[in-house]
Ligand binder design. Structure first.
Ligand code: NAD
Length: 495
């Protein structure tokens, strides 16, 4: 840790961005932004509350009503969105390092994955917006029925801390491209890159008031946004617990459209006829430890057919040392810090519950690098897990893999589906019928076959059951941020 130099830290501005201006909370209140890398205070953040949310929503409403953004031709919005994406890429080093200090992920991935994906997402929706056509209905000759997509208005966006830039861009990119105004509330645990994105949006030419960022805690800043009578749509990514409240708040207020991307406990099923066991092992281990296990779609329940389980685990254990946590600001680190002390303690509590309920700890299980003052947990694997144990049922959101074994295909599908979540799932087999049959039977928004890392902006992302409502990414995301409008035109034909 001593090799990290304070001089490498960018200067952080923790003020909100409302109506094109950086501004403190109306109350003057601030809170500390603490780095999980080593516990240092990075800066202080504006502690926004109802008055600030109201100011941001009013700015967004005024911008929408005077059509300074939605009234631009789509080709012009496209150019500005692309400039916004380019600016992210130009600031990639700064944004990546900021993300790493703010929430602990390895700087290597913050740059290669987070900044790149966010920029790609902004560019993709910018590119799309002057290529999607509206419809004319096949009605009788006496009338013309136009079916158009119009922006919904003011979109509130609330996101978590695990991929702050990506989660924000999955929502703000289609919302802005479609012509909406946006008020974004990032997580109180990772507010810094959202604020910088808003600075860069202004620099790119998105008019003041169109994209606002309010910082603060969920109940103080998030709830007023979800309850606001002048917000037309709320797009949320986060826990299932808070997601349920978002739908209630939407119903309690103005019946705003509510979209939620929530938790997961994704099953990954490896059959004995898996085409490439090494690849399956690498994917199982790599996917649960990537981003310190703080991924909603992490395959945290690994089902391995009993006949290959010992061989599988032998190979898996050989990979674990490479994921030993290290300083995430160093360029080669692949496992960094958990987002904060609270999350670290939650993960450690789940590890204790696994031990107490009879699972067999075969790797890790302890806090790491405690002398740094940071929030690190060893990569952890439990064998002998059953589906009824807490570590198999609840989302841990940390580097903890639960291994279960099975002998029967119908039974493993039943177990895989026995979860309140349905975000993603994996299947590994050489048998085409089994791959299709199992993939079809799995209740999940995405099923991976013989890989677990395919991802692209062109495909929808979201879950079944309590993993949420709606889909991010792809052209389908425009459905969330547009209203479908019918315009009837009478035609009294002279011929
Ligand atoms: P969280 O639900 O605690 O917080 C998410 C956001 O909601 C934060 O900005 C928070 O301030 C805000 N919030 C909290 N209470 C609120 C309230 N009462 N009203 C309004 N807003 C409130 O989740 P988290 O701990 O930040 O993130 C982890 C969760 O996010 C995990 O469950 C993970 O699976 C989920 N997630 C899902 C996806 C997906 O696409 N399905 C992607 C990433 C993360």
């Amino acid at each position: 840790m001593t090799s990290v130099k304070t001089a490498t830290l960018p200067a952080f501005d923790g003020r909100a961005l409302i109506n094109g201006k950086r501004i403190g909370a109306a109350s003057g209140q601030l809170f500390d932004c603490i780095s999980p890398v080593d516990g240092r205070v990075l800066t202080q953040i504006a502690r926004c509350a109802e008055a600030d949310i109201d100011a941001a929503v009013q700015a967004a409403r005024a911008a929408f009503d005077d059509r300074r953004w939605c009234g631009l031709p789509p080709a012009q919005r496209k150019r500005i969105m692309i400039r916004f994406a380019d600016l992210l890429v130009q600031h990639a080093d700064e944004l990546a390092l900021t993300e790493t200090w703010d929430m602990g992920k390895p700087v290597k991935y913050a740059k290669a994955v987070d900044v790149n994906s966010a920029a790609n997402c902004l560019r993709w929706y910018g590119e799309a917006v002057d290529k999607v056509y509206d419809e004319i209905a096949p009605t009788a000759d006496t009338a013309l029925a136009l079916i158009t997509r119009v922006p919904v208005g003011v979109v509130g966006v609330i996101v978590p801390w695990n991929y702050p830039m990506i989660m924000a861009s999955w929502k703000i990119a289609p919302a802005l491209a479609a012509g909406n105004s946006v008020v974004l509330k990032p997580s109180e645990k990772s507010p810094l890159t959202a604020l910088r994105m808003a600075d860069l949006a202004l620099e790119a030419g998105i008019p003041a008031g169109v994209f606002n960022v309010v910082t603060g805690f969920g109940p103080e800043a998030g709830s007023p946004l979800a309850l606001h009578m002048d917000v037309d749509c709320i797009a949320f990514t986060g826990s299932t617990r808070v997601g349920k409240q978002i739908h209630v708040m939407a119903g309690q207020s103005n019946l705003k459209r509510a979209w939620t991307e929530l938790g997961g406990k994704s099953p990954n099923i490896v059959f004995a006829d898996c085409p490439d066991l090494d690849k399956a092992v690498e994917a199982a281990v790599g996917s649960i430890f990537f981003n310190q296990g703080e991924s909603c779609n992490a395959p945290s329940r690994l089902f391995v057919e009993a006949s290959i389980k010992e061989r599988f685990l032998e190979k898996a254990l050989k990979l674990v040392p490479a994921y030993a946590p290290a300083n995430p600001t160093l360029p080669d680190t692949i496992m960094g810090a958990l987002v904060d002390q609270t999350q670290m303690n939650t993960v450690l509590r789940y590890i204790e519950s696994g031990k107490a309920e009879g699972a067999k700890l075969i790797a890790g299980g302890e806090q790491a690098l405690s002398e740094t003052g940071g929030c690190y947990v060893q990569p952890t694997i439990f064998d002998g897990v059953t589906n009824s144990m807490t570590i198999a049922r609840e989302e841990i959101f940390g580097p903890v893999l639960s291994v279960l074994s099975f002998t029967d295909t119908a039974d493993v599908v039943r177990q895989a589906n026995a979860s309140v979540y349905g975000l993603q799932a994996g299947v590994w087999t050489s048998d085409l019928n089994k791959a299709h049959g199992v993939a079809r039977a799995l209740r999940a928004g995405t099923v991976h076959v013989n890989q677990y890392d395919e991802d692209d902006i062109t495909v929808p992302f979201g879950g079944f059951k309590q993993s949420g409502v709606g889909r991010d990414k792809s052209l389908h995301a425009f459905d969330k941020y547009t209203e479908t409008k019918t315009t009837w035109i009478r035609i009294d034909s002279p011929v």
